[in-house]
Design a protein. Sequence first.
Length: 129
Amino acid sequence: MKSAFLTFLAVSASFLLMPHPAEAHHGWGEFDSNHELTFEGIVTDFHFTNPHCVLEFNVMKDDKGQVRKWQGEFSSPAQLSRKGWTAASLQTGDKITISGNPARDNAPAMHVTRVRLPNGEDVKVEGGR
């Protein structure tokens, strides 16, 4: 009986001493935090889902007169909801002003830092004002 208890104790201790896997998160390293872009755009979709909320929007015109599709990445819904965001915060067709750190690979994507809604209200975003 004593050896069974010691075996149980040794196995339990080994589980406590095992390294735990690090939680995976890519961070914001793919975005250039030294630069910020600001666009006026039209919301085409807002995904209030894990692991990151994503905003799809069209920028009115590029230098060639074309509409350009962009994507803005936010933190998780849990973090945004603590700042008052909901799945209905942005609706398809909303005209917004959006600022963020551009993708380092020049893809039409950004880590969103600020959003101004059609009513002129500035909506808080992590890293934003």
